[in-house]
Design a protein around this ligand. Structure first.
Ligand SMILES: [Zn+2]
Length: 370
């Protein structure tokens, strides 16, 4: 392992234990303003960034996603051997049994973390609801939305209506704590709702990234799932539709990308120019065959070819602009639908929509199981 990756590993281990803030608030703010000199940011948490990439947005190259690379995660969580699932850390077997069928419904709690004065990181209920809507547009490929060109995964999201104590809830919590806003202090030990039952999303400064998850569900054979640190973290001003930070990362696709990780997907550029030939492509690269490989993450929206085929710049698991991302492929969808029963079976509430995707109207939900 290179010194650079060891450095990344050490930094991420610090983040996991939450003993130190891995990035300062100033770092994220500088990135946001585009004033950060290239390379001056902290090393990305996962070491998954590619130095050869030249994104068109100054200061953004160290910002897109802090989810650790597969290599770093293996070092952190161990390499699972004998994991028999069809969506393990080392293999996808995306057979048609995982085609979209009965709808999975995932209850979400959004924890909004603000500074001590409650003046930074402020997010309205309406913006939270718009982010839930975008997740549904993208995972359901709803017609007439930005997500319509993707695959309907038959996975839907709603803000939780019942909290862990059984009481009614809006599925949103708010705390004013500068340490937590700085993405430090192991806030999840105080705030997490049972991660086996709820998708816990936190908004704060996200350690200088647009977002991250600390692990993928199959890592270490699934042993991380359900622990308090099981979470999705999103930079507060990249959250929701027409998010405050403005283009190009203001249309809620950071959350779509990170929930893609949360449900088992690697980056499209994982492994670089990996095999595109079955069955090898199911156990190398991003473990998916119907996503073209690419040597580096792609920023912006311009078509490119880095591995002899068209780079998958329209895929949610690349690093392109929010409005250029518009699809999960069928095999990515099957991996999602394999991940839920194999690693996150407690998430599915068995509740289905009756009115499309409105997240704010709880009367729109039925409790019938498809
Ligand atoms: Zn990512």
């Amino acid at each position: 392992m290179s010194n650079r990756k060891l450095c990344s590993l050490a930094l991420f281990a610090l983040m996991l234990t939450a003993l130190l803030a891995p990035a300062s608030a100033a770092s994220a703010a500088d990135s946001k303003n585009g004033t950060e000199a290239p390379g001056s940011s902290i090393e990305p948490a996962g070491g998954g960034w590619q130095d050869s990439t030249t994104p068109p947005f100054p200061g953004e190259q160290h910002l897109r996603c802090g989810t650790p690379s597969r290599e770093v995660r293996e070092a952190l969580y161990g390499i699972a051997t004998g994991d028999p699932s069809d969506c393990s850390a080392n293999l996808t077997n995306p057979t048609p049994e995982y085609d979209p069928g009965p709808t999975y419904t995932i209850d979400v709690v959004v924890h909004i973390l603000m500074n001590d004065a409650c003046t930074q990181g402020v997010i309205s209920d309406e913006l939270v609801e718009s982010q839930i809507d975008i997740l549904n547009e993208d995972f359901l490929a709803l017609p007439g939305t930005n997500g319509s060109n993707g695959t309907d995964s038959a996975i839907q999201f709603r803000l939780a209506t019942v909290d862990p104590d059984g009481d009614p809830t809006a599925g949103i919590t708010r705390d004013c704590n500068t340490t937590w806003f700085d993405d430090s202090g192991a806030y999840w030990n105080s705030l997490a709702w049972d991660p086996n039952r709820y998708l816990n999303i936190y908004t704060n400064l996200a350690s200088g990234f647009l977002g991250y998850v600390p692990f993928l569900p199959a890592d270490g054979g699934g042993g991380q799932v359900g622990q308090p640190h099981d979470r999705v973290v999103i930079l507060w001003d990249a959250f929701g539709r027409d998010a405050p930070r403005g283009p190009p990362y203001d249309q809620g696709r950071t959350a779509t990308h990170e929930v893609g990780h949360y449900l088992g997907l690697e980056h499209t550029f994982s492994g670089g120019c990996a095999s595109e030939t079955p069955p090898t492509c199911y156990s190398t690269g991003d473990l998916i065959c119907d996503t073209n490989s690419e040597s580096v993450p792609h920023f912006g929206c311009s078509p490119s070819s880095t591995c002899g085929s068209e780079d998958p710049i329209d895929n949610y698991m690349d690093y392109t602009d929010d409005l250029c991302m518009e699809k999960f492929t069928l095999e990515q969808s099957r991996r999602h639908r394999c991940t839920l029963p194999n690693y996150r079976s407690g998430l599915d509430t068995g509740v289905i929509f009756t009115d499309g995707f409105e997240s704010g109207d709880t009367t729109a939900w039925s409790t019938s199981v498809p």
